[in-house]
Design a binder for this molecule. Sequence first.
Ligand SMILES: [Zn+2]
Ligand SMILES: [Zn+2]
Length: 247
Amino acid sequence: MKVVPLASSSKGNAYAVSAGGDVVLVDCGLSCRRLRERCVRLGVDLDSVAAVVITHDHSDHVGGLRVFLGRYDVPVYANLMTAEKIARDTGIDESAFVCFENGQSFEIGRMRITAFPTPHDAADPVGYFFETPKRTYFHGTDIGTPLDSIGRYLARADVATLESNHDSVLLHGSDRPESLKRRISGPRGHLSNDEAAELVGKFASGRLKKIFLAHLSGECNAPRLALDTMSAQLARMGREDIELTVL
Ligand SMILES: [Zn+2]
Ligand SMILES: [Zn+2]
């Protein structure tokens, strides 16, 4: 199984997860043109995309979906509330969706995929856990609270994409409106660098080899801060062997 992050920020999110020739896109939050450019640059074959799986209905995760589906006729996997919300917001026909229940696994090619609920201010947001006979991958962004129920999936991962959205000091010192600060740092907002480190400290197992730090805020975070916070956590755990990449 191979994971290629294509875009990760509040401006657009998309990831390619592939195994045995099948590619699954996780979210489609950037324009088709930009998606195609990145796929060419990063060696992802869009013609091999077998399905899109959606974490939640926010536009930074589904903004490019409608145009994408006009060119690539593939099924979109989402839970019912997310599918209904996207259909209402974007005009995508409900027949484009294959709906699953959170916690119930489904298969695309060789990948077994399970959606787990995440606390975030969307219709019914989820993260994903991917499994092949050889490898596992945890995908968790847009997480307001570092819940144990999420950590238990992280504990089974070889590779993880984990949100490290903001630095709390930078967020509260920023000139963003108070209501927005409360939303971002709230229980259904986004994970701070410290909260991401806390989740890894509590749940990362010996099998975890690589972490992508994802969905960084442009204004209220810096790649160096996110990296330093997680590196310090891994050092405390004696796990400097884990490869860290900031997206
Ligand atoms: Zn997002
Ligand atoms: Zn979101």
